[in-house]
Design a binder for this molecule. Structure first.
Ligand SMILES: [Zn+2]
Ligand SMILES: [Zn+2]
Length: 409
């Protein structure tokens, strides 16, 4: 089967939008008629890939594939071949699973060289900008990102609900870019101007960078900006919030303008609270009991390199200062709290395996003489002081990137 009309995708177009345009411009009444025909053709050519090709538009993107993401990629490549499209064209528009994670295991997706937390992808309705639709009737990929709160080109709020019937806008189900299901022409809708913070955040989402002392605004790469923003959202979101909310996100820019003093103040308060409520000697207290998951949350955003991951750098500076201000004495102090191997690896910018290697080779001292039941990555194992000292000792030899401290076995 060959599609007679093959429009060029826009560089910022979503995959779903492009497939819908392909279907409509070639005269298919519904997208499922095109996807059904494609699946029938795939069935003849490649049985496996046809099973990995969903009929619904809202499920077609590669990151939706649970276990068969490779097959989904193959199915899209065959789709392109069958329809005489450039083989890479559909994959360039796709959101792929990324091998990276944010913080402590939050999945992310990848498109055009940028890693975005999966939690920032809108799962339900997709808002639109009426002014953008007036210029060109297609769906921009950034409308799919939940921190994209306002149109960065027109400075207006996005339209989430139909002004006529009040229904949430979802082009993947209505199969129309310009009209609501009730028939209302979205291009005629009037939207309100957006706040300066919302506009600035949306500009950041689209890859802009500002000359600023605010590290969120001056992030050298959009993946790093997404990492910091996601960290902020996880830390400040309401317990019941599924999708990022407007209020929390717009405060992020303001928060990072006082970085790192405000973060250090928060850490200081955690330390004070632990000192007031301590029931055990500090050299028997886990880092997690004092500072919670702060270290594992910022170890990978999405890089472990503290030169680029400014949140990890802020934490490292605080902990280094804490060890410096609490020298070793006969009475245990805050610098003697215990880190797990995972936490030590985050501080040293290396892997857990390398941390165990440092332990076995005597570069790191264990907090306990006897380790029962083998080495466990999650269990408290090292005094904070020793890990910071080990880091300082190696700083001149190794850069901060994800770097093995010792050669491989
Ligand atoms: Zn717009
Ligand atoms: Zn409507």
């Amino acid at each position: 089967m060959r599609l007679l009309i093959r429009p060029e995708p826009y560089p910022d177009e979503s995959l779903e939008s492009y497939l819908l345009r392909l279907s409509q411009e070639n005269g298919f009444e519904r997208y499922t008629l095109l996807s059904g025909a494609i699946r029938d053709s795939l069935l003849v050519q490649d049985h496996e890939a046809s099973g990995a090709f969903p009929l619904e538009l809202a499920r077609v993107n590669v990151f939706h594939a649970q276990r068969s993401s490779g097959l989904r990629v193959r199915a899209l490549q065959l789709f392109a071949q069958l329809t005489d499209l450039d083989p890479a064209c559909l994959l360039q528009l796709s959101l792929m699973h990324s091998g990276l994670h944010f913080g402590s295991g939050h999945a992310c997706v990848h498109r055009a060289g940028v890693d975005t937390p999966l939690g920032f992808i809108r799962t339900g309705p997709i808002p639109v900008c009426p002014a953008c639709l007036r210029e060109s009737a297609y769906i921009r990929q950034h409308w799919h990102y939940s921190p994209y709160l306002a149109c960065h080109q027109h400075g207006s709020q996005l339209l989430h609900l139909c002004p006529s019937c009040g229904e949430a806008l979802d082009y993947q189900h209505s199969e129309s870019f310009t009209h609501c299901r009730c028939g209302f022409d979205l291009r005629t809708a009037i939207t309100q101007p957006a706040s300066a913070e919302a506009q600035q955040l949306s500009t950041l989402i689209c890859g802009a960078r500002f000359e600023s002392t605010n590290p969120l605004l001056s992030s050298e790469h959009p993946s790093l900006m997404f990492g910091a923003l996601y960290w902020y959202w996880l830390r400040n979101k309401r317990a019941d919030a599924g999708q990022p909310e407007f209020g929390t996100l717009t405060m992020a820019i303001d928060y990072f303008s006082a970085w790192p003093a405000n973060f250090h103040h928060e850490l200081q308060q955690m330390a004070q609270k632990a000192l007031q409520t301590q029931t055990r000697l500090l050299n028997h207290t886990a880092f997690r009991e004092v500072f919670g998951s702060v270290l594992t949350d910022c170890r990978q955003l999405p890089t472990r390199d503290s030169h680029r991951n400014f949140i990890l750098r802020g934490l490292l500076d605080y902990l280094t200062e804490l060890v410096c201000a609490n020298p070793k004495t006969r009475v245990a102090n805050l610098a003697d709290i215990q880190l797990s191997a995972i936490e030590a690896a985050a501080l040293l910018g290396t892997s857990v395996e390398q941390v165990f290697r440092l332990l076995q080779d005597g570069y790191l001292t264990p907090a306990h003489r006897r380790i029962h039941g083998g080495l466990k990555p999650h269990e408290p194992l090292f005094h904070l002081r020793h890990v910071i000292e080990c880091r300082q000792a190696h700083r001149s030899t190794f850069n901060d990137a994800y770097h093995p401290y010792l050669p491989a076995w």
